[in-house]
Design a protein around this ligand. Sequence first.
Ligand SMILES: C[S@@+](CC[C@H](N)C(=O)[O-])C[C@H]1O[C@@H](n2cnc3c(N)ncnc32)[C@H](O)[C@@H]1O
Length: 328
Amino acid sequence: MVEEELLCEAALAGDCRKVRDLVAAGADVSYFDGEGLTPLMHAAKHGHADIVKTLLEFGAPWNALSPSNLSAGDIAMDSGHQDTFDLLLNAGIQAELVLGTIARTKDKNGSDLGMNYLEDRVVFSEDRLMDSNSKAIMMAWEKPLMEAHARAVCSGNGDIINIGFGMGLVDTAIQQYKPRTHTIVEAHPEVYDRMLRSGWGEKDNVKIVFGRWQDVLPQLESYDGIFFDTYGEYYEDLREFHQHLPKLLKPGGIYSFFNGLCGGNAFFHVVYCQLVSLELESLGFSTQFIPLPVKDCLGEEVWEGVKHKYWQLDTYYLPVCQEASGSE
Ligand SMILES: C[S@@+](CC[C@H](N)C(=O)[O-])C[C@H]1O[C@@H](n2cnc3c(N)ncnc32)[C@H](O)[C@@H]1O
């Protein structure tokens, strides 16, 4: 039997000493056995926290995926092993803080960016807005989420801003709260054109700013409520936007963003929720995640004709951020 098979067996059996000996003798910690599982996944499944710790120290990949798309963290979570889960979560956060291998190189929907979306054509239909690669920019199933985001950012009413118009779902919901001012930033010429044709430019309290948020920042003021939901951007862009929050958000204001981070994997999603909340904390903001069940609005038919299924989880965690001192 090859050393790696023995390593998987030792990890499954909880034999920490044997794991150490095998790894020290050169056994490959990133090995996948016949079932497509790594030694780390075996240890996670049985809650062997000491072995998980050892394997991680020896460089076992925390983000490897089994054939059914589960990471060691998912397996620990599903098996109810809290200690093991915490170790893996911590490893994931540390690794992403330094390397950013998962979401940093992907757009908000988890796809690789291969083109400049803003120069590309878009296709509107009743229940979706698509790019020319059959990837969904926005879909109608998100309507209840957008309504919940609008409720959160409009809780103090006043001056509200939304970055990214898409299908106008969140903006339609924001309008129901009759904010004093409602600014909308949109960068895609066809989306902008459609906004104008559907009368958004004539609403009394609405101000449309056409351009990339990165380019129009000098035209922006400060707001009581901010919502951010762009497309075709990296996690790094969201992070960059967060650097401007201290200036953009009025004291006591509420900030929220579309939380599609790693929406294809439950454990990676938890890692990114923690990561984004740590990053916001370093800027002086506290973040609360409100769980919203989405399973019922997401039948398989929703994804017909869509190339990338950007959301596969049963619960959506709606972020509500505010100045840390304001939330005490
Ligand atoms: C996912 S959609 C927004 C959906 C919207 N929340 C709704 O409720 O329908 C993203 C929008 O952001 C726009 N966008 C992409 N990059 C942008 C940028 N850098 N600045 C401003 N808007 C951008 C896209 O053109 C698109 O209309």
